[in-house]
Design a protein around this ligand. Structure first.
Ligand code: FEO
Ligand code: CA
Ligand code: CA
Ligand code: CA
Length: 566
């Protein structure tokens, strides 16, 4: 633990109670304000948001997108730039003219495609608080139609080629951008999660290839894109979904740069990308696959990062590993290579789930965000919950028995596992692990479902999801759980953000969000005096009030005395 954290007191706030209302709460002595919300203009030529229409389709790629998720702040010269994901759409809210949220036209589909992806936006703090710098030359929208480059071992493979891209090296759009990460060289990593939901078939008799089943790609899409945009019709473009499910690197300092899909980091339902460096400078990226019974991964580059030197190849040439947790508190990273899997390297990168099944990895309770402690050689993964261990979500997955880091059969609450690499080096193939916390409800249960020792009536929560360390080594934990405040979840209230101390296990509640919303995405201003936090999919009429459309938003949290927060 750093001296600064000790000076400040590890918990520089009075924990707050639960809430069940329609607004945001932070501790006494802190303030919050809206930075930006869905539909706000990034460019002055965009039309103003309209609660009747959910915003004009024609300029829907010139506004802040829907369902804010993972984000990072970058200093570009003396400007501050936030890159932030727009995970998915809420068609019933975004397309209020439709009965059921089903797009009725190509224009409706185009609006959905524009409201998702990524925003890069300059922000600045003035006398009235934080604002987006409208028309900043750094502002950019990346949508489901933005040109991308495919790189790494799978690029150019026959299974990535389409009529529109016979080279298999260029694709359009990034999908279901969930968690995020940053590289040591100042680029943004956006992570494609539930990409399967964008694809469907206009031919009800289309026979899906075997690999579609493990990834949940079905004949039924979530948004009906395939009815108006042939690219999303798997009966016509069978390879298109294989071009999704990757981690995408974006340069936030160059709005004309082409985002790069890094196939070397594997294809699955990526949550986030927690990047760190080994002792010798090799790049290590930890990644969760958010699905019941799927796995936790690590990528290690072949080359080492040297500040100022070329970073070419660092995210293209390397080895993927998958975690095996042993019951005795030890664990190992199993390499996914041609030798260990019997698959080509390109196939490992395209069909990573199947590769991991071949080596005997440990099935997990939905691995969401990974966070790496900056002041200790250890990393944490939120295992959000597992509501139905007996039923496999997708064909071809492994059996999912109760096991070491996933010790509860009907796991409604989730847990956070942490591991300590051997030899204090993130490239070491071996590690020790323990559970930092098992969430639970000690008011309702007396057994393992009461949670671990560090859970009590005053700090209980369910479904940890987003996680990020601050510079002092405190872990900020965001929840995406059941907020009905009843039954198993009585006394937990709305979703929340808590702060945990790795050294003591202490966890305290810092923030609550409106009902129906999850908390996801966290970033700090350059001076660490502002904390930006995402409020995703509120059901409450937030933030514009009764009778208005609910809008996901990024809020800026400050201390009233303007001291650092982390
Ligand atoms: Fe998009 Fe796993 O959260
Ligand atoms: Ca998540
Ligand atoms: Ca979640
Ligand atoms: Ca979400």
């Amino acid at each position: 633990t750093s001296a600064r954290a000790q000076e400040a007191g590890r918990f520089a706030f009075n924990p707050i109670p639960i809430a069940t209302d329609a607004t945001v709460h932070v501790p006494e002595g802190y303030t919050w304000d809206i930075l930006v919300k869905w539909g706000d203009r990034l460019f002055s030529d965009a039309l103003d948001f309209d609660h009747e229409t959910g915003g004009d389709a024609r300029t829907s790629d010139r506004v802040f997108g829907e369902n804010t998720d993972g984000m990072e702040l970058f200093a570009v010269g003396d400007r501050q730039v936030i890159a932030v994901n727009h995970e998915y759409a809420n068609p019933k809210i975004n397309l209020p003219h439709t009965e059921d949220g089903k797009p009725q036209s190509a224009e409706d589909v185009r609006k959905m495609q524009n409201l998702q992806g990524v925003t890069v936006m300059e922000v600045e703090e003035g006398d009235g608080g934080w604002n987006v710098v409208v028309d900043s030359p750094l502002n950019r929208r990346i949508t489901h139609n933005t040109a991308m480059r495919l790189a790494g071992p799978a690029a150019g493979h026959d299974l990535l080629k389409t009529d529109a891209d016979p080279s298999g090296t260029t694709s359009l759009g990034t999908f279901n951008n969930c968690g995020a990460g940053r590289t040591p060289w100042g680029t943004y990593l956006t992570c494609e999660e539930n990409f399967n939901g964008y694809f469907g078939s206009t031919d009800a008799n289309f026979e899906r290839p075997e690999d579609f089943k493990r990834y949940g790609i079905s004949l039924e899409s979530r948004y009906d894109y395939e009815k108006f945009d042939e690219r999303f019709d798997i009966s016509r473009n069978v390879n298109e979904p294989r071009r999704c499910g990757y981690i995408v690197e974006i340069d936030p300092s160059d709005p004309s740069s082409t985002p790069v899909k890094r196939t070397a980091l594997g294809r699955f339902k990526h949550e986030n990308a927690a990047c760190t460096l080994a002792r010798d400078g090799r790049v290590v990226v930890y990644m969760g696959d958010d699905e019941r019974g799927e796995f936790l991964y690590k990528y290690v580059s072949n080359g080492a990062y040297t500040p100022g030197a070329s970073t070419d190849g660092l995210l293209d040439d390397g080895t993927l590993f998958v975690a095996k947790f042993n019951e005795d508190g030890s664990g190992e990273w199993l390499a996914l290579t041609a030798e260990t899997t019997g698959m080509s390297l390109a196939e490992v990168c395209m069909f990573t789930r199947m590769a991991a099944s071949k080596v005997g990895a440990t099935t997990m309770d939905r691995p969401e965000w990974v966070a790496v402690n900056p002041v200790a050689v250890e990393a944490y993964c939120a295992l959000t919950n597992n509501k139905n261990r007996a039923v496999k979500p997708n064909a071809g997955g492994d059996e999912t028995p109760v096991n070491g880091p996933n010790p509860r059969a009907q796991n409604h609450y989730g847990q956070i596992v942490r591991w300590y690499p051997e030899n204090d080096d993130h490239v070491d193939p071996k590690f020790k692990w323990d559970l930092f916390v098992m969430a639970g409800n000690p008011d309702v249960h007396e057994d393992a479902y009461a949670g671990s020792q560090n859970i009590n009536s005053g700090n209980m929560f369910n479904s940890p999801d987003g996680m990020m360390f601050d510079t002092t080594g405190l872990l900020w934990i965001q929840t995406d759980g059941d907020d009905d405040n009843e039954g198993d979840f009585a006394g937990m209230g709305n979703n929340q953000m808590l702060v945990g101390d790795p050294a003591t296990g202490r966890i305290e509640r810092f923030m609550t969000v409106p009902y129906g919303a999850e908390v996801t995405g966290i970033a700090w201003s350059a001076d660490k005096r502002t904390l930006f936090v995402g409020v995703q999919h509120p059901k409450a009429p937030f933030p514009d009030g009764e009778g208005m459309l609910a809008r996901s938003a990024v809020v800026a949290v400050k201390r009233a005395d303007n001291a650092r927060i982390g």
